[in-house]
Design a protein around this ligand. Structure first.
Ligand SMILES: [Zn+2]
Length: 65
């Protein structure tokens, strides 16, 4: 299950949450209760292999886990 990183724009509280792709993103801050939470997309390295484009897209792998 992927881990998402969130940060509250109101109080700067940041946290991670384990969620599946089907889960709704968290919008309410558990710390201050404000609806100011934004998901932070971490920099996932994209590999380029060979001459063509090869993008590692985790969303396409639905089997297992
Ligand atoms: Zn907050």
């Amino acid at each position: 299950m992927p881990t998402y990183h969130y940060r509250c724009k109101n109080c700067s509280y940041d946290f991670t949450a384990h969620q599946s792709f089907e889960d709704d993103p968290i919008t309410v801050c558990p710390e201050c209760g404000q609806e100011q939470v934004r998901k932070i997309y971490s920099a996932v390295p994209i590999e380029f292999k060979g001459s063509g484009f090869y993008r590692t897209d985790g969303a396409s792998k639905s089997s297992g886990k």
